[in-house]
Design a protein. Structure first.
Length: 176
């Protein structure tokens, strides 16, 4: 077994990324405080050819040195846009035939392992503040919710970890 060199990884150029067919997933980050979490979500979104990221509320926007530390250039590849009001954005996404789902622990949430992807649909995934999660108003305006099953004592994951888990799960379900 030999570790691969960067030159062997078949990395896309920025133009190659922008011209690639995207995974029909939109990420919505609402009131994310940590610039490192934002950058990490950009990097994960780049890895799985995510269509777009919306940054809402207090979520910082590129260019930003602290976001760049973890994004490592993904802010140049993944399309993004700032929208102040997450509820208005959710309404707009729903009106554009996007299935909008909050990633949150709520009554009657669908567990991620039980979530069935409809391959012809586009999905928007709403991730909320590190302390308060997705706001109740945002949750109420979504089509539904997905919960990541957790068995330990904390029942709480870092937002960038949650995004990575959910993006990977939906990505592989769409590809299979």
């Amino acid at each position: 077994m030999r570790k691969l060199d960067n030159s062997e990884l078949d990395r896309k150029t920025i133009d190659g990324f922008k011209n690639s067919e995207k995974t029909p997933i939109i990420i919505v980050l609402d009131d994310i405080r940590s610039l490192h979490n934002i950058g990490s979500v950009f990097r994960t979104s780049d890895a799985f050819l995510i269509e777009k990221i919306y940054l809402c509320g207090i979520t910082a926007t590129p260019p930003n040195k602290e976001i760049h530390k973890t994004a490592l250039g993904a802010t140049d590849t993944v399309a993004w846009e700032y929208k102040e009001n997450v509820v208005e954005l959710i309404t707009d996404l729903k009106n554009s035939n996007c299935e909008v789902l909050a990633i949150e622990q709520v009554e009657n949430a669908t567990l991620l392992n039980n979530f069935v992807v409809e391959k012809e649909k586009k999905y928007a995934l709403v991730f909320g503040n590190e302390v308060y999660g997705v706001s109740q108003e945002a949750v109420q305006n979504c089509h539904g919710t997905i919960e990541i099953p957790q068995l330990g004592t904390k029942h709480s994951l870092n937002i960038s970890v949650s995004a990575g888990i959910v993006i990977w799960d939906l990505f592989q379900k769409m590809r299979n």
